[in-house]
Design a protein around this ligand. Structure first.
Ligand SMILES: Nc1ncnc2c1ncn2[C@@H]1O[C@H](COP(=O)(O)OP(=O)(O)OP(=O)(O)O)[C@@H](O)[C@H]1O
Length: 255
């Protein structure tokens, strides 16, 4: 099986700032939770994996294609799904028109497009709002429309930047189930601050801090890293705090 994401010494700039500063990462099918404090570089890493930002240094292969030199971006983008933190849409489009438009951009073949749109809307629980205008949706519905456009082409690499913002508790539970289902065949990377979502839905946890990956392992290993003295209300939250503190203490000694 091809490794979906392969990064070695990856560096990505935002303006003058090296927001991703030497990332080594190898990911295949599964749901991978990307955690880290504000400013850790999660969004920048996701934008590079979405081919929105060009790497500044290091090596990146997506779906087997090297992203240096002159990559065939069109082929990679056809197999990509991406939900940015804030996504654009025409407010007068209906939900179904919006998702269909994105399917067209992803080159989903015409005869399959309608069915793909219906299936994506079903999966996010928005089928009954297919004819509503985008501008009439609530925040949580809008986010689900965003998830629908990200999955409409059955992407092999799915990138979701804080997808659960605005979802109510029931929708978050449904979304976790959808993530697990998507991760059976695709490589799904989910950036979130909700550590509990990661514990419930992810097969691996990638913890970032200051542009680097400081831990990559299974959720149970995160939980096992924490103790009663660490900050958090659950084992995985305490493990998250412990891993981050440990890494920062080791970096301070090394300096
Ligand atoms: N356009 C920009 N110009 C300059 N610096 C930027 C820009 N965008 C982000 N940064 C900086 O890059 C670093 C990483 O930002 P990024 O948004 O990738 O982090 P994040 O982990 O996604 O944070 P959050 O959890 O707050 O969303 C931060 O220090 C941020 O201030």
């Amino acid at each position: 099986m091809t490794t979906t994401v392969q990064a070695e010494g990856l560096r990505v700039r935002t303006g003058r700032h090296l927001a991703v500063d030497g990332v080594d990462l190898s990911l295949s099918a599964g749901v991978h939770g990307l955690l880290g404090p504000n400013g850790a570089g999660k969004t920048t890493l996701i934008r590079a994996l979405a081919t929105v930002l060009r790497p500044y240094d290091g090596r990146l292969r997506l779906l087997g294609q090297p992203m240096d030199a002159r990559p065939d971006l069109r082929e990679v983008r056809r197999a990509l799904g991406y939900l940015p933190q804030e996504f654009g849409y025409y407010p007068r489009f209906t939900v179904s028109e919006f998702v269909e438009y994105m399917a067209w951009l992803k080159e989903v073949p015409g005869p399959r497009r309608r069915r793909a749109v219906r299936h994506a809307l079903d999966r996010v629980g928005l089928a009954d709002r297919a004819g509503s205008r985008m501008k009439a949706l609530s925040g949580g519905m809008l986010r689900r429309a965003g998830i629908a456009q990200a999955i409409v082409n059955e992407p092999r690499l799915l990138l979701l930047d804080e997808p659960t913002v605005g979802l109510d508790p029931k929708q978050r539970l449904d979304f976790r189930a959808l993530l697990r289902e998507l991760g059976e065949r695709s490589c799904v990377i989910v950036s979130t601050h909700l550590v509990e979502d990661v514990a419930a839905a992810c097969s691996s946890v990638v913890l970032a801090d200051a542009g680097r990956i400081v831990f990559h392992g299974v959720p149970d290993d995160v939980a096992a890293a924490g103790g009663p003295a660490d900050a958090g209300d659950s084992p995985i939250e305490r493990g998250y705090s412990a891993l981050l503190e440990r890494h920062r203490a080791a970096s301070a000694v090394a300096r």
